[in-house]
Design a protein around this ligand. Structure first.
Ligand code: KG4
Ligand code: ZN
Length: 336
């Protein structure tokens, strides 16, 4: 089954051709990051317009790279939720128009299902499993029984981890996106220099909360709450200590969920899954508990069309095609 995938939920315009399950013929991602970084974050209006400019070109390039014709496609999968409405409208309208004109089925894909199944593009996923989506918008932990059966175990009460990395980077004067720049700055810092709170309640159960951690960094930088402002020379220590606390919260919650649910496999998706410290820490600690932690290939962690096509293929196999009346939405069907 040849699936055309389209991704336009946030600031990456993506198009791919996937011979399901995992023969990826082309995976084109046109990042909008340079256009948004001047504003320090994603500007929805700018994102919508850039999807309009980039997406058709990404599709053309994917067809060219894979040496296939659009008529050879068996179905068209586009992310229709959750995300910024303007971008979602561009992607789904392109997908539906192609489906209508080619007489091929359309599949609306929840972007979070794409992240959950991203690891499947590298090899068979093992069920039951615990899976986390840690991105600029989500901090969700799930128990999965099969590719299309996921139950939400934990989410965030405020910021998502990627959002916290982005905001803390801003506080420290580091460029957007904050994840990679904090990771880089942290390489020159002492992660034990500051004892920041981890983003979990004391019981280590329930939902994440990143606001306390974020505010603690802010207080160190601004010198509020009776503290003197940290010297700029201490910023790498702040970055490293923040990263340690953020990662510790994610690792503890994932391991706790895996233990509670008695699973032997953990999967992690979303942009924050690219974080080196998270990868090392979770892999190592899971291994010592006899659990395998799997991170998708770097390109499948960040927003991309391949994961949308992969999830679309699973939905198609289950006969879950969408009507051309299918709407877009800011929220996910998988919780938040
Ligand atoms: O999944 P993604 O590409 O888009 C969303 O759906 O949000 O994730 C983007 C987020 C950004 O907040 C970015 O700062 C974060 O992922 N990120 C990282 C790293 N690389 C990207 N966070 C921590 N460490 C990284 N290396
Ligand atoms: Zn995403």
């Amino acid at each position: 089954m040849l699936v055309l995938g389209l991704e336009s939920t946030c600031d990456e315009s993506g198009a791919c051709l996937l011979e399901a399950p995992r023969n990826l013929l082309a995976n084109v991602v046109r990042s909008q990051v340079p256009s948004h970084s001047v504003f320090g974050g994603v500007v929805p209006e700018v994102a919508s317009r850039l999807h309009l400019q980039y997406l058709a070109g990404a599709l053309e390039e994917a067809l060219k790279l894979s040496n296939r014709k659009i008529q050879e496609v068996d179905c068209i999968a586009a992310s229709n939720r959750p995300g910024l409405l303007g971008g979602l409208l561009v992607g789904t309208t392109l997908g539906k128009s192609l489906a209508y004109s080619l007489g091929k089925p359309f599949i609306a894909v929840d972007h979070l299902l794409g992240h959950l199944l991203a690891a499947d593009l590298d090899g068979d996923m093992h069920y039951p499993c615990v899976a986390g989506i840690f991105s600029g918008a989500h901090s969700n932990v799930y128990i999965g029984q099969s590719p299309l059966d996921w139950k939400l175990l934990a989410r965030t009460r405020d910021d998502a981890p990627g959002e916290a990395f982005d905001k803390v980077a801003r506080i420290l004067g580091l460029p957007y996106p904050g994840g990679p720049s904090i990771q880089k700055s942290a390489e020159n810092g002492d992660e034990n220099a500051y004892d920041f709170p981890i983003p979990l309640p004391p019981s280590l159960e329930g939902d994440f909360s990143f606001s306390g951690l974020k505010t603690s960094v802010l207080y160190q930088v601004r010198g509020q709450a009776g503290k003197t402002a940290a010297a700029e020379g201490a910023y790498p220590d702040l970055a490293a200590s923040f990263q340690r606390a953020a990662v510790e919260g994610l690792v503890k919650r994932m391991l706790q969920a895996a233990e509670e649910e008695s699973v032997k496999a953990i999967y992690v998706g979303g942009g924050v899954a690219a974080n080196k410290k998270l990868r090392e820490e979770l892999t190592h600690r899971a291994e010592s508990m006899g659990i395998r932690a799997v991170f998708p290939t770097f390109a499948f962690c960040m927003d991309n069309a391949a994961m949308i096509a992969g999830a679309g293929a699973k939905l198609a196999e289950a006969g879950r095609f969408s009507s051309l009346n299918e709407d877009v939405a800011t929220g996910s069907v998988l919780g938040m």
